[in-house]
Design a protein around this ligand. Structure first.
Ligand SMILES: Cc1cc2nc3c(=O)[nH]c(=O)nc-3n(C[C@H](O)[C@H](O)[C@H](O)COP(=O)(O)OP(=O)(O)OC[C@H]3O[C@@H](n4cnc5c(N)ncnc54)[C@H](O)[C@@H]3O)c2cc1C
Length: 632
């Protein structure tokens, strides 16, 4: 029999990476919050690689941290190996990546939720979601407990209608042998929500002692370790090594001989898979001229012998998997502890959502993470934070937090999802941002901590630390502007050795540092007054001055775009009635309902000519003194 079990302001369905940040943000902003999960031992579970960060994803983690989120801090506490990727490339794409201890991370996150004031963690499967008579939301669990909430955040990950595929065997399941969320999809469809099917996959986990590491390339972490979080003062050292191996012609042949047994190729799987994270069979078919593919052998934790085979996800039958894993150098005798599998699941079309991640047609209902069509822990956490913050701000009658594309990768991710939608699981990449030089991982705090502070997620200690760091950066910029280095043999020798022109008059330190051939390290013999500061401060100063011209140009574009984003489009426009708009534009605009001209301009199928029509239309509305919320 159904019974009323509790009332909350915010209810979060899911305690994965999205649900954790959503629940913590809402509770930290003072809302009475509940987080529901199918299995409390899998809070913050990593069903794929236990790794946080990586290219573009590392930026997201830094941004989550800069706004007051949890992921970066937990990764710093639970990492096994930390590396800054892409060091050989420009600073825009430097990205931190941590291999983490999967169990420790999950335990750390669960405990954080348990300790959080205003938050209750419940192991319960939500089977129904409906509007209550008083226009709140009513959630029903499998055990018929009912909860009322003013706002609900859907963060159901790959569990929603989850179905696992290994060869021709398939069964309903969540990841890692957990049961799926079987009943909620019907309830969401009954509400009128548009859901569709995506899929993803994971490689096998193999027994460490069965791997022959001899002759495999080793990958070590960076020393000293650079942490994700601006709160982490003294990260511990790296604890493990990772290894690199390669597939070969034999691996390829085994896979090609058995490709008809793949559920992907036999048409059993309908869900659309991640384009940028293909299975090994996909890679072999799509890149048929490639002789070999790289794989990384990475530990899953300190207290386990499970090793993850990055790059080798598959949905081929287990017997084929064993055969092709055994064809790889180092894995000839490996024991497959968990076979690879693909999982298909339901997710929402994010075009139904606003930039706050609230559904346009369902007031108080938000989506986050894999549920919104994205893939990846960091993408999920970023959306969870935004959904949690906005649910709380709405309940409190405050202005929403909308991060624009120029502010962050988080803003870019959400804008892409709600404006362009996604036809396959969306993954963050640096190439998705047009503002890469200003959206660096080193300056995430400068960009976002003031926003985190203004919404109430940054406490006084963190805020003071942030301001001190900003002052040190400004002081250092001032110092290098004012410091003039006299010409000397010593200086000219450095310049000569670095293939840059010598000087015969005094030169400002800033002008030396602007030269691409020079950096702080090379100039240290003549920069004798340099203060003792953290490395990241010097790095940030150096990037700001070396790329000053490009950064200024990007900032000028940002200003232009922001002007368009201030031209708000009234919610109730019927685009079909606007003369001059092309048919495709009318359809897309009616469907997506952009919030402003800037967002409208990014919708595929809306041309610059359509945007001109919209601007003229807005001006005509203004002349008729109809209500436009803001048109500065
Ligand atoms: C097999 C596999 C392979 C993957 N491969 C990759 C990859 O290669 N690269 C990559 O970036 N990402 C990959 N991922 C995706 C990654 O795991 C997710 O992107 C990430 O975990 C999403 O976080 P989330 O919070 O949205 O959902 P999840 O971490 O899946 O968490 C979902 C949460 O919702 C809860 N839940 C669901 N339904 C209900 C309900 N009805 N009631 C109560 N609780 C409910 C679950 O208990 C869980 O706590 C893979 C995932 C799987 C399963």
């Amino acid at each position: 029999m159904k019974f009323m079990a509790g009332e909350f302001e915010v209810a979060v369905i899911g305690a994965g990476h999205a649900g954790i940040e959503a629940g913590l943000a809402a509770a930290r902003l003072g809302c009475k919050t509940a987080v529901f999960t199918i299995n409390m031992d899998a809070v913050g579970n990593c069903p794929c690689n236990p790794s946080i960060g990586g290219t573009a994803k590392g930026h997201l983690v830094r941004e989550i941290d800069a706004l007051g989120g949890e992921m970066g801090k937990a990764a710093d506490e639970c990492f096994l190996q930390m590396r800054m990727l892409n060091r050989g490339k420009g600073p825009a794409v430097h990205s931190l990546r941590a291999q983490i201890d999967r169990r420790a991370y999950s335990t750390r996150m669960k405990h954080t939720l348990e300790l959080q004031k205003n938050l209750e963690l419940h192991q319960a499967e939500i089977t129904e979601l409906e509007r209550s008579e008083d226009e709140n939301w009513l959630l029903t669990t499998r055990l018929e407990a009912q909860y009322k909430a003013k706002a609900v955040i859907l963060a159901t990950g790959t569990y929603l209608g989850g179905k696992i595929y290994v060869g021709d065997i398939s069964y309903e399941s969540g990841p890692d042998g957990m049961f799926p969320s079987k009943f909620l999809p019907d309830s969401l469809e009954k509400l009128g929500m548009s859901i569709r099917r995506f899929k993803t996959g994971t490689p096998a986990r193999v027994l460490k002692s069965s791997i022959n590491f001899e002759g495999l390339e080793e990958q070590c972490g960076d020393e000293p370790v650079i942490p994700f979080s601006y709160d982490t003062d003294t990260p511990t050292g790296n604890k493990v090594k990772c290894y690199v191996s390669w597939t070969n012609e034999n691996t390829k042949q085994i896979i090609l001989d058995n490709i008809h047994r793949s559920p992907m190729y036999s048409g059993k799987i309908e869900g659309i898979g991640p384009r940028y994270c293909p299975s090994i069979e996909d890679k072999i078919v799509r890149f048929s001229d490639k002789k070999r593919h790289q794989l990384f052998i990475e530990p899953c934790g300190i207290d386990t012998e499970e090793m993850y085979l990055q790059g080798m996800s598959s949905s081929l039958p287990e017997d084929v998997q064993i055969k092709f894993y055994h064809s790889i150098k180092g894995l000839e005798n490996c024991v497959v502890m968990r076979p690879a599998y693909a999982i298909e699941y339901f997710c929402a079309d994010p075009l139904q959502m606003k930039s706050t991640l609230e559904f346009a047609d369902f007031s108080g209902l938000y989506g986050a993470g894999q549920f919104n069509g994205s893939s990846g822990y960091e993408e999920a956490a970023a959306q969870g934070l935004v959904a949690g913050v906005n649910a709380a701000l709405k309940i409190q009658g405050k202005e929403p937090m909308i991060l624009d594309r120029a502010s962050s990768y988080i803003g870019t991710l959400i804008d892409d999802l709600v404006t362009k939608g996604c036809n396959d699981p969306y993954r963050m990449m640096t190439s998705r941002s047009e503002y890469r030089l200003i959206l660096r991982q080193d300056n995430a705090d400068t960009r976002l901590t003031p926003i985190g502070r203004s919404i109430g997620l940054i406490d006084d200690t963190r805020w003071n630390k942030f301001n001190q760091k900003q002052k040190l950066i400004q002081d250092e910029l001032e110092r290098i502007r004012k410091t003039v280095i006299a010409p000397s043999d010593n200086l000219n020798e450095i310049l000569r050795n670095n293939n840059t022109s010598e000087v015969n008059t005094g030169i400002r330190l800033i002008d030396l540092l602007k030269r691409p051939e020079l950096d702080y390290n090379k100039l240290s013999p003549i920069d004798t007054e340099r203060p003792q500061l953290e490395t990241n401060i010097f790095e940030q100063v150096e990037v700001e001055i070396k790329y000053e011209g490009y950064i200024k140009r990007q900032l000028a574009i940002v200003e232009q775009v922001r002007k368009l984003e201030k031209k708000l489009l009234p919610k109730n426009i019927n685009y079909s009635t606007i003369d001059g708009l092309r048919l495709e534009a009318r359809e897309k605009l009616n469907k997506i309902r952009p919030e402003n001209i800037g967002q409208a301009s990014r919708i595929s199928g809306v041309s610059p000519a359509d945007i001109s029509v919209l601007i003229i239309y807005l001006a005509s509305l203004k002349n008729k003194t109809e209500v436009i919320a803001d048109d500065n």
